[in-house]
Design a protein around this ligand. Structure first.
Ligand SMILES: [Zn+2]
Length: 342
């Protein structure tokens, strides 16, 4: 099984996320250094080059251990033309001066095939850094000794075919059980049951409107990102953007467990067009805070329907207590302020 470790990297600045569908190329690199760890690359790119951090999307040691670097964020490795439409797979070593060892090679074949499968990139679009037109420097990368034609042959085919390799169990290095597989690190954290749970939670907490089918598709990815944005889960050390990993899972559980706190206010999002008990609870809280949905209506407009009057009341409340978030949409920040004021 192909494994990518998810290191705990601290970034200097924010990263730009890369849509899977934007990835046309997988670009193979070497760092040009015989002994060069993931952290060596990360520190050099961040502290010497002044970038956000390691420029490669994926990094493989000679041992075969693979890491997610920038992952599904835009890399810094092949110039401005290629970076937005490619991911980098960098293999430790200097293949202008040394030969690649067999187990390193086999791990590279396996890792790149996994990326081809994940990003839906054909073998013809797996290229060397030196193949990138218009880039300066590194013209030999990944090195003149890199067994490129053999490599292209071994990754050949659709990239989804695993029958042609057959070598993964013999020569490839093995990894500990605590490692995440590549797919796990990119989203397949909980399997089908977990996804259904996730989809139900996102529907409940952020009105995601997902079909609960246990499939982690684009809509679930987008909703996961929305959720992470909403709860500020995009900091360094948290889960990768769009990955429902431990940080995201913990936040969901926290919200579900505290979902109906003593205030009775719902933990998710509500907006114009919603209706039900959650809306009613919000309306009651607004009344208590003296922001009446409709002072002239019966029951001050508390009717369980999130119409224009309720939206307006939320906006008025936000303009006083959350002046940078005046959108008329009830969410976690509005909830927190309402609970303070009530
Ligand atoms: Zn390179």
């Amino acid at each position: 099984m192909t494994v990518f470790k998810t290191p705990n990297l601290s970034w200097n600045g924010s990263l730009t996320s890369l849509n899977k569908s934007d990835v046309e190329y997988i670009i193979v690199h070497h760092p040009g250094a015989e002994n060069y760890s993931l952290m060596d690359a990360h520190r050099e790119h961040r502290d010497t080059q002044g970038w956000a951090g390691i420029g490669y999307n994926y990094y493989q040691r000679k041992s075969g251990t693979r890491y997610i670097g920038r992952g599904q964020n835009q890399g810094a490795h092949a110039g401005g033309t290629y970076n937005p439409k490619s991911v980098a797979y960098c293999i430790e070593g200097n293949y202008s001066t040394e030969e690649m060892q067999k187990h390193t090679y086999e791990a590279a074949v396996e890792g790149v095939k996994e990326l081809m499968d994940f990003y839906n990139v054909p073998a013809s679009n797996v290229i060397r850094h030196s193949d990138c037109t218009g880039t300066t420097g590194q013209t030999e990368c990944p090195g003149t000794n890199y067994p490129w034609s053999q490599f292209k042959s071994d990754i050949g085919g659709s990239g989804t075919d695993s029958t042609s390799s057959g070598s993964s169990s013999s020569g490839a290095p093995r990894y500990g059980d605590d490692d995440l597989t590549f797919r796990q690190a990119h989203g397949d954290v909980w399997g089908d049951d977990g996804y259904e749970w996730l989809q139900e939670a996102l529907n409940d907490l952020v009105n995601a409107g997902l079909t609960v089918d246990g499939v982690f598709g684009q809509n679930t990815l987008d909703a996961t990102r929305d959720f992470q944005d909403m709860y500020n889960l995009s900091y360094a050390g948290a889960d990768y953007y769009g990955v429902p990993g431990p940080t995201t899972q913990a936040k969901i559980e926290e919200l579900q467990n505290g979902g109906s706190s003593s205030s009775g206010l719902p933990s998710g999002m509500l907006r114009r067009g919603d209706r039900g008990d959650g809306v009613r609870a919000v309306q009651e809280a607004l009344v208590e805070a003296n922001f009446y949905p409709d002072r002239n209506a019966s029951n001050n407009g508390v009717d369980g329907i999130y119409g224009p009057d309720t939206e307006n009341a939320v906006e008025r409340f936000q303009s006083v207590y959350l002046s940078n978030e005046v959108d008329g949409i009830y969410g976690p920040n509005t909830r927190e302020k309402l609970e303070e004021v009530m």
